[in-house]
Design a protein around this ligand. Structure first.
Ligand code: PMV
Length: 308
């Protein structure tokens, strides 16, 4: 049985500004995954079938579907000039959708890996990354490419649009709580709201974007030298600037404030914003109290992840 998977991701610092050419840092969340399993078709089943039960999706005619998973499969088949094989790929994902954790890219990555393995043509990460970028364009319009990159390579990345990927070394491991507001939010809508602001107030927005870029450089240095408190400071300041870009919301602000009051070293929204998830930087001493404070402040789910 062929099985392939891909992780969720979070953006540590730099979302939105990354769309405008500033750097951003993202890390994989390897404990939350999308998994694709290849199975033989039953006697009455024909062609390539993709079944994603958690997403309520069953695709049996991938040639004629505009579903993102069908398009992923077609891009993989086209890359190898291969015909649709006779098999079923079942996809299961633990990653909440529309919450800034990269669910769409992770599911597509797991599928593409499973299909290419079933064809006996394993794909390298570079080729896979360009396919998943195409899928991100369907989900998000004009993505920077950070989500597909961190998910495909499954390593912390320092990402600048259009430039070679730089991997970030982790000087000292650190722990994050990822708390979900429970509000489904569209990254596409948030990105286009920032674009409108940028067009109406170019100087002000440009200076916020540059300030975010500066924080990302500081954050990278903090991560690489093991200065966890310094990373926390950059995260906190980054949240403040994201609020000025209007991509936070009352619920995210409440979670960030609760985490900080309970002793987190830093906290911010993560991803497109206006809902979805926030992250809080915690130590083994503060993790429990921050978790309880986040639940009291309305978090609907919390995952803990260690970046090592
Ligand atoms: O997919 P999300 O919600 O994690 O957001 C991606 C990050 C943005 O910077 C907001 C958009 C992008 O394309 O980089």
């Amino acid at each position: 049985m062929v099985e392939a998977s891909a992780p969720a991701k979070i953006i540590l610092v730099g979302e939105h500004a990354v769309v405008y050419g500033q750097p951003a840092i993202a890390v994989p969340v390897s404990s939350l995954r999308a998994v694709a399993t290849v199975q033989p078709n039953k006697p009455h089943e024909q062609g390539l079938r993709i079944i994603a039960t958690d997403m309520g999706t069953t695709l049996t005619e991938i040639e004629h579907s505009d579903n993102a998973l069908a398009i992923t499969a077609r891009l993989v088949l086209d890359a190898f000039n291969a015909a649709s094989p006779d098999l079923t790929i079942a996809i299961h994902s633990q990653i909440p959708v529309a919450s800034g954790l990269g669910s769409g890219a992770a599911v597509a990555t797991a599928l593409a890996r499973a299909l290419s393995a079933a064809l006996n043509r394993p794909m390298d990460n570079e080729a896979l990354n360009s396919i998943i970028y195409e899928i991100e364009r369907i989900h998000h319009g004009t993505p920077s490419g950070i989500d597909n990159t961190v998910i495909v390579y499954e390593q912390p990345v320092y990402f600048i649009r259009g430039q070679p990927i730089e991997h970030v070394t982790i000087g000292r491991s650190f722990s994050l709580l990822i708390a979900n507001t429970g509000i489904a939010a569209s990254t596409r809508v948030a990105v286009s709201a920032v674009r409108k602001r940028y067009e109406s107030e170019p100087q002000r927005i440009q200076s916020i974007i540059q300030e975010i870029g500066g924080l990302v450089i500081e954050a990278r240095q903090a991560i690489e030298t093991g200065d966890i408190a310094g990373l926390g400071t950059a995260m906190r300041q980054n949240h403040h600037l994201l609020r000025q870009l209007t991509v936070s919301c009352l619920e995210l602000d409440a979670l960030v404030a609760a985490a900080m009051n309970a002793g987190a070293l830093g906290a911010k929204l993560s991803g497109g914003g206006r809902g979805g998830n926030m992250i809080a930087l915690v130590t083994s001493e503060t993790a429990e109290s921050v978790k309880n404070a986040l639940l009291d402040a309305g978090a609907v789910s919390i995952f803990e992840t260690t970046v090592a």
